[in-house]
Design a protein around this ligand. Structure first.
Ligand code: ADP
Length: 304
């Protein structure tokens, strides 16, 4: 078994340029991670469902350009990729508008069965967004297949990426996330998302709950604060992240962190070293606008 397969949704992104002019791009949490994994030389395939339209063509071209394998991507005859728009607010904050309810990716693992090659990868990477956009039946089916895949030696990496508006209710999100964590070898969670998902105001409560899960490998990202790692439910190990004085846009910070972390772990680095690699990647990405930073800017700014 070789390489990583990332599963999820990539969308058309419309970002403000010089209002009313918008800049067109393509992004999505697992998609961003797949691209940054490829930039680290990891053999990576992206698994999603696209349309037959020109934006789907452009997404496939971008993946190919980034050396991401596209053989796990199927295409719907009518449906299109989802779309989102970034809106700048007067106080420097941003909000997002989505048109994704009818996207082709929603049919993943229901109308579209998992491609055979998916379970031939050494690792499968998915997120809470991947789980939120597919049907409950598709989720149940995917979980069965992931259990089987792990029994055959496959490893699962998961980022819970909780986005409340994608779920019918909080309890469904909690149950699904809990189920997926039981099938996870490397959990890459963000403290903010955990607190939101479980309604926990106190960090100590979240950390105690997470450690008690006894996961093989658990990383908790906390923005500019040291990330925390617990192995086999052991004590938290604080791992400092690189200082970034010039934060421009934190979009895809967690996604790029995950790519750096997983690439280092696949090359047998220990968890603390992998956090350092993840933080260097994220540190580079947040100094530029957008989820996918130009290759040159990325290569220059993520070096030690
Ligand atoms: P998410 O993007 O999923 O919300 P975080 O905000 O925790 O996750 O960020 C993920 C990683 O990005 C952090 O662990 C850290 O390495 C890096 N990062 C995010 N914000 C900053 C910051 N202000 N300064 C330095 N590093 C940051």
């Amino acid at each position: 078994m070789k390489g990583i397969a990332a599963i999820g949704e990539v969308m058309i992104e419309l970002a403000p340029l010089h209002p009313p002019t918008l800049r067109l791009g393509y992004a999505g949490d697992t998609y961003n991670t797949a691209i940054y994994l490829a930039r680290h030389g990891v053999p990576v395939s992206y698994c999603t469902h696209l349309g037959q339209d020109r934006h789907s063509d452009a997404i496939l071209a971008q993946l190919a350009h980034e050396q991401v394998n596209t053989q796990l991507i199927s295409r719907h005859p009518i449906r299109l990729p989802g779309l989102y728009m970034i809106n700048n607010l007067p106080d420097g904050e941003r909000e997002f508008s989505y048109w994704r309810d009818q996207s082709a990716a929603r049919l993943l693992f229901s109308e579209v069965q998992p491609p055979v090659g998916l379970f031939e990868h050494a690792m499968i990477y998915l997120s809470g967004i991947t789980l939120a956009i597919i049907s409950p039946e598709a989720r149940a089916h995917l979980f069965e297949q992931l259990a089987d895949y792990r029994a055959r030696g496959g490893r699962v990496a998961f980022d819970s990426n909780y986005r409340p508006r994608l779920w019918p209710d909080q309890a469904t999100a909690q149950n699904t996330t809990r189920q997926c964590l039981q099938l996870t070898d490397i959990a890459l969670l963000t403290l903010d998302d955990e607190q939101l998902l479980w309604g926990e105001a106190d960090e100590a409560i979240s950390l105690a709950r997470l450690r008690a899960l006894g996961l093989t490998e658990l990383v908790v990202k906390r923005g500019a604060k040291p990330a925390l790692v617990s192995e086999q439910g052991g004590d938290w190990q604080p791992c400092p992240v690189v200082k970034v004085s010039n934060v421009i846009d934190t979009t895809a910070a967690g996604d790029s962190f995950n790519a750096g972390y997983l690439s280092a772990r696949l090359m047998s680095a220990n968890c603390a070293t992998a956090v350092r690699t993840g933080a260097l990647c994220a540190g580079a990405v947040i100094q530029h606008k957008g989820a996918i930073v130009d290759r040159d800017a990325y290569n220059t700014s993520h070096q030690d």
